[in-house]
Design a protein around this ligand. Structure first.
Ligand code: UDP
Length: 367
């Protein structure tokens, strides 16, 4: 069979690209290295009837109506608003920082205006440099040193294995700070967990007469035998170019799954552990899906330099190297032979919805 398009990777980026191309009448071959689809979004129902996220917790959230509508074509979503507690000073404290965080931590009930003043005072008693050039200074400039040290400093060291001063200020944009009592992790308009699971959602995306999926097949080992009109690549960008500018760093996690003989383990779906223990957070999956079971399955996350590439590492060295690779990628994109899409291929700390948005934009432009 002849394919016009080869899509490398069957994760969110690859499946979205494949579907959009197939709907435009292209014949698409999806090549996936792993023995399953859905990439790092992969999930499955375990024997206790609990949906487990194979590569750690994924919560879909977006303000982009198009991305939301795209996702909803392939699954219904369970209504879910993500809430996180952070374990600090022996207490479970609402996080990200909002009025109730301050009330719980300092024992002071403040009005919204007072919260603003409180944070202002904290910031004024703290030191940071302008313009904001790293993660530490970006956070301290928003909440001051005490809150930074309580919730961010050690978590960030654990998660990234380096000083927060070495990480990009942009990383701080992922975590909001609020004066009000909104204790949700995300304030996006659309949020939820796919009722079909992420695997079901991606499977539905790939279920199209013009799409063929080939699992357990490493594109970089077979690429010399292929000559499609175009290749959409969603794997690691440095690997694609044979590491010609050097190795980009990726951060991984060792995930420990435990099932306990109890209905509920913790007070929120996710509890962060900035200062205690070697794990960064514990997820209790049934609290994401609302599934009922006498037992409960948890995921403990231990950050690691080795293993599956889950995260890019947002520091100066990597972003400079990324720019070099992206320049090379842009040349191939301009020539019309390749597209590079997704967290690994764009070396960008995308959320799932951003992957969909970026993919649809690139594919629609192409078509
Ligand atoms: N972060 C932190 N403390 C927390 C949660 C997050 O310091 O309790 C920092 C940390 O550097 C983390 C980043 O914010 O890597 C982004 O957090 P997010 O929850 O978005 O990470 P993800 O869910 O992508 O692992």
């Amino acid at each position: 069979m002849e394919y016009n398009y080869v899509v490398v990777g069957a994760g969110m980026a690859g499946a979205t690209a494949a579907r959009a191309l197939a709907e435009a009448g292209k014949k698409v071959l999806v090549i996936e290295k792993n023995d399953h689809i859905a990439g790092h979004c992969h999930d499955y129902k375990n024997t206790d009837g609990i949906t487990v996220h194979t590569y750690g917790p994924h919560i879909f959230h977006t303000n982009d109506k198009d991305a939301w509508e795209w996702a909803n074509r392939f699954t219904n979503f369970i209504y879910y608003q993500h809430r996180v507690l952070s374990y600090a000073h022996g207490r479970y404290i609402p996080f990200p920082i909002n009025r109730d965080t301050i009330a719980e931590l300092f024992g002071t009930e403040l009005s919204i205006n007072e919260v603003q003043q409180f944070l202002q005072d904290e910031i004024e008693h703290s030191s940071f440099e302008l313009p904001l050039a790293n993660f530490r200074d970006a956070v301290v400039s928003q909440v001051g040193e005490t809150l930074y040290q309580t919730f961010f400093e050690n978590y960030t060291r654990k998660q990234w294995g380096r000083d927060p001063e070495e990480l990009s200020a942009d990383l701080a944009k992922r975590i909001p700070v609020r004066n009000n009592r909104d204790d949700r992790y995300f304030s996006d308009v659309y949020q939820g967990i796919p009722a079909a699971g992420y695997t079901g959602m991606i499977s539905n995306m790939l279920d199209h007469p013009e799409i063929t999926v080939q699992l357990q097949s490493d594109y970089l080992k077979v690429r010399s035998t292929m000559s499609p009109e175009m290749t959409v690549y969603t794997g690691e960008i440095d690997r694609f170019f044979d590491y010609c500018f050097g190795k980009l760093e990726y951060r991984s996690l060792r995930l420990e799954f435990r099932t306990y003989e109890q209905k509920q383990y913790q007070r929120a779906a996710v509890v962060n552990y900035p200062n205690d223990y070697d794990w960064t957070r514990i997820t209790e999956f049934k609290q994401l899906s609302g599934e009922i079971s006498d037992r409960t399955t948890l995921c403990f996350e231990y950050p690691s330099a080795e293993g599956e590439p889950y995260y890019i590492v947002p520091d100066d060295r990597n972003s400079a190297m990324r720019d070099e690779y992206m320049e090379k990628a842009a040349e191939l994109e301009a020539a019309g032979t390749h597209l590079f899409i997704g967290r690994l291929a764009e070396y960008t700390y995308y959320n799932m919805d951003q992957v969909i948005t970026a993919t649809l934009q690139k594919i629609n432009k192409l078509l």
